[in-house]
Design a protein around this ligand. Structure first.
Ligand SMILES: Nc1ncnc2c1ncn2[C@@H]1O[C@H](COP(=O)(O)OP(=O)(O)OP(=O)(O)O)[C@@H](O)[C@H]1O
Ligand SMILES: [Mg+2]
Length: 347
């Protein structure tokens, strides 16, 4: 659906001004998925997103959308392709002198559609985004979440196949963020639109996306399903993003206790156990304690849900003799959970 082949983007000329914003991006966003790109400020997220509709032209590489190589198109052909790609923005970019109706109608007026058709379409869109009673209001009379709903309705006016979201919820509070993300899921589920969203917030990725790419300094350093990145992040940067929403850091008092008691008792080892899906319903710890001469003590834990799949993360202290601990760990590994020993300094 959206394919990037070795896309590079360099801004500025001359050594002093040269910024390599994208350093060879390869990406494949599938039809009907909600794909997230996360990264810190300056990582190149907006540049990447803007390359999808060629608001920014890559310095080299290919951008293929719906099977069409965009860089090979004439300006006229490109304009036609761009209609298939809608976009929404962090600060909504609404026209303040126009009503909600007028803002949503804008792309259709530009296309020269007949008046009755515009009226029907805009009313349909306003009802889809839940703003049918706000048609005659002006943007300044709306809340942030309502403004973004207008932005979404306007982006949908030309029946796009793809919706690009540039930090679309970054100006909103957590509850409003959730409701806008739910609307974006409805856009995908009911209209079959593929969504590419960039954000610096991992909760947005958790709540809305199917897959995620982590962008660092113009390079995709990690890419996987959201569930896999949350349960087994492979890079330090992904681990840090996950940590911002899954509070798996142990409170200082517990940490001190662990470190003190470990120096006193060498038969104690610490493990992080990650469960997903059906495994969260199994009494794994009590089964383990029944089968092997070990004691299991939960020191810290969280259970979250992602795309309807529960997922738990426990820090467990296991006490017993060496062999018993090994056997208990092997048993737990065979029960479809991820289990990793945690070093003292990694708590
Ligand atoms: N028009 C431009 N001219 C020169 N440099 C630019 C331009 N646009 C972006 N850059 C540079 O390219 C790099 C990537 O910028 P980009 O806006 O894509 O980052 P971002 O990940 O979207 O950041 P943020 O989260 O702050 O929006 C940055 O170093 C930025 O300064
Ligand atoms: Mg940006």
């Amino acid at each position: 659906m959206i394919v990037f082949q070795d896309v590079r983007k360099v801004y500025g000329k001359g050594k002093a001004k040269r910024v390599e914003a994208l350093k060879g991006i390869n990406l494949h966003v599938k039809k009907g998925e909600i794909f997230g790109v996360i990264g810190f400020s300056g990582a190149g997220k907006s540049t990447l997103l803007r390359c999808v509709n060629l608001l920014e032209r890559p310095t080299s590489g290919k951008v293929i959308v719906d099977g069409v190589d965009l860089l090979s198109l004439s300006p006229k052909e490109l304009r036609k392709q761009r209609k298939k790609i809608g976009m929404i923005f962090q600060h909504f970019n609404l026209l303040h002198s126009k009503t909600v109706f007028g803002n949503v109608a804008m792309p259709l007026i530009i296309e020269g559609r007949p008046k009755h058709e515009i009226e029907k379409k805009v009313n349909q869109l306003l009802s889809f985004v839940g703003l049918e009673d706000k048609a005659n209001q002006y943007p300044e009379q709306l809340s942030g979440g309502q403004k973004q709903r207008v932005g979404i309705a306007r982006a949908l006016a030309t029946d796009p196949h793809i919706l690009l979201c540039d930090e679309a919820t970054s100006a909103l509070d957590p509850d409003t963020t959730r409701s806008v993300l739910n609307l974006l899921k409805k856009v995908r589920d009911e209209l079959g639109i593929t969504i590419l969203m960039i954000t610096h917030e991992m909760n947005v990725i958790r709540d809305a996306c199917d897959r995620v790419a982590v962008l660092e300094d113009g390079v995709i350093v990690e890419e996987d399903t959201v569930l896999n990145v949350f349960t087994e992040p492979k890079t330090e940067i992904a681990r840090n993003f996950v940590r911002t929403v899954l509070n798996d850091s142990v409170p200082p008092t517990v940490r001190e206790w662990i470190q003190r008691s470990r120096s006193e008792n060498s038969n104690r080892r610490l493990f992080r156990i990650i469960f997903k899906g059906a495994a969260t319903n199994e009494p794994l710890l009590s089964n383990t304690a029944k089968r092997f001469p070990v004691d299991l003590n939960i020191l810290h834990g969280t259970i979250t849900e992602m795309q309807g799949i529960p997922f738990g993360n426990l820090l467990v202290d296991v006490t017993g003799d060496r062999e018993a601990i090994e056997q208990a760990v092997q048993y737990m590994q065979s029960q479809e959970v991820i289990i990793k020993e945690v070093a003292d300094d990694a708590i």
